[in-house]
Design a protein around this ligand. Sequence first.
Ligand SMILES: NC(=O)c1ccc[n+]([C@@H]2O[C@H](COP(=O)([O-])OP(=O)(O)OC[C@H]3O[C@@H](n4cnc5c(N)ncnc54)[C@H](OP(=O)(O)O)[C@@H]3O)[C@@H](O)[C@H]2O)c1
Length: 264
Amino acid sequence: MSLKFPPQRDAADRPALVTGASSGIGRASAEALAALGHPVVVGARRADRLDDLVGRIREAGGLATARPVDVTRAESVAEFVAAAGEAYGPPEVLVSSAGTLKMARVWEMEPDDFASQIDIHLLAVQRLLHAVVPGMVDRRRGDVVLIGSDVAYTARPRSGAYVAAKAGLETMAHQARKELEGTGIRLGVVRPGPVMTEMGTEFDPETAESVINDWVKHGFGRHPRMCKPADLARGVAAMVSMPRGAQITELEIQPEAPIEEDYS
Ligand SMILES: NC(=O)c1ccc[n+]([C@@H]2O[C@H](COP(=O)([O-])OP(=O)(O)OC[C@H]3O[C@@H](n4cnc5c(N)ncnc54)[C@H](OP(=O)(O)O)[C@@H]3O)[C@@H](O)[C@H]2O)c1
């Protein structure tokens, strides 16, 4: 019996959509995919940031177009996906990296804030899958990369809604991967540990201090190193570039602890 897989196509023939591309991991992933030769459609709410990114990618010899999107709104997602298709043809790669972070204990968080975290980290991802994956299934090829978080498995105090949403994302990814078996669509989760991005930088000093104190109390922050967005982008690029016939389903990327000179 001969086994059939989607053809190995050049990156130039595999348009990519990246959400959360105005900052951090999404931005670095868009640059990494463009450097591999993928035409990239970058989305987020801040259009000026997207234009800046497109300029950088084009200057480096890549192909990129900006399309503002709010992933919490179904019609905005539908417009984004349609516009992306018009720019470079049907998407073959989807990277979902949009996100925000609200901090509070589970029972102290305003229910609307709790709901908005579930919305952006879980419901919005399903919204994207709903808009993009059916076409991929029809074409029998595609790569979907969802940016998860290690908090899905190691809950951190004062980020309960985020943790619940990221745990839900992992479960949804397991589920979708089973359902996608045999379609030619590979779906994987890149699961970052701490990364130096804009996420969390908007907290007032009091909130930041109580969060950090609580994390230290629970054994987080054992060393000062944080990943760079580009570290995560390497993971995204690896997942998307895997030769057909194999797939990276989950990839956790953590900061490496620096060498302790007095280690014994
Ligand atoms: N940083 C970490 O330590 C860390 C650790 C684990 C997982 N993660 C995950 O990594 C992903 C990227 O986060 P990051 O660290 O790169 O943070 P970031 O630098 O703050 O980037 C977040 C991105 O999401 C976009 N975004 C926010 N709300 C959006 C919306 N409604 N519609 C469309 N785009 C929206 C933002 O752009 P606009 O504001 O322009 O819309 C921005 O481009 C998130 O899923 C996050 O949960 C981060």
